[in-house]
Design a protein around this ligand. Sequence first.
Ligand code: ADP
Ligand code: MG
Length: 331
Amino acid sequence: MSGSLLELRDVAVEYDAGGAILGRRRKLRAVDGVTFELDRGATLGIVGESGCGKSTLARAILGLVPLARGAVILNGEDLAALKRRALRARRKTVQLVFQDPLGSLDPRMTAGEIIAEPLGTFYPALDKTQRTEQVRAMMGAVGLSPAQFNRYPHELSGGQCQRIGIARALIVEPELLVCDEPVSALDASIQAQIVNLLESLQASLGLAMLFIAHDLRIVRHLCDRVMVMYLGRVMEIAGSAELFARPRHPYTRALLDASPVPDPQRERARARIPLAGELPSAVDPPSGCVFRTRCPYAQDRCIREVPALRPVGAAFVACHFTEEIFNYSIA
Ligand code: ADP
Ligand code: MG
């Protein structure tokens, strides 16, 4: 049995892409060969452009999409092997915070009802008074006032709605919180408040967290480790400090260069890598290294051979030529 809270082994997820070729349905491989482990209480950031498979990976972890290949193992148990009842009990271990707070809340329910709902599912023995008490305590923990108990989502701000979403996720005491771009839909001034709230809740509750984000600054701030995805695959995974100081995949480097993080040390280190062109289609991904069509360092080998994720310094990198491109002194 594995000691980690969550383990993904070679996970692939496919969608129907519509239409058929030679009588076979066209498939879109949204996630391909993702392997990683997450310890209890640990935080992993998942970054990559829109369409890289981040949300699909989150859905796979929550058991919301079938796996085309591989396994999702939670507390040592393969989710695919669990029977329905055991699976239901497991569901509360992993909770999701959505990207669009208003759209993800039932508009006909009050804040109090929305937060209380999962209690009814997972703790049916609680009576109404006990439920209300727990909801009020949780509202306090996420910075909502008791006066907001009877408010409807449309009467509240985006930030307040996201606090409801967080309270609803946390009320069943999950071990893992999956946050799928939880602040991208919020005003910049509100984003920091929600990030700070998640950070303090994560620390005080000892939660493990997968934090999917566009904004690399947030991930750097919040996560012990960062995983960089491109077209469904893992390009690099490393400790946060390591990844930001020494990006070892050309795609990681391009993402860092594209993000408005002032970092004079990095500016000095090397020429910038511009991220030109569009993300290729996942229906017909490039052969070999999927990043090669946008990589300024691509060579013949990158067309022929899929780079394995391999240890390089303190990181894991899927690039044939990282040592030649990034000549970091080994720290
Ligand atoms: P991200 O969250 O990184 O933006 P997604 O996981 O949403 O990426 O999408 C990954 C790929 O899967 C994209 O090519 C997207 O168009 C495709 N995709 C996502 N959801 C579906 C779906 N329900 N049916 C078909 N294709 C999908
Ligand atoms: Mg997404």
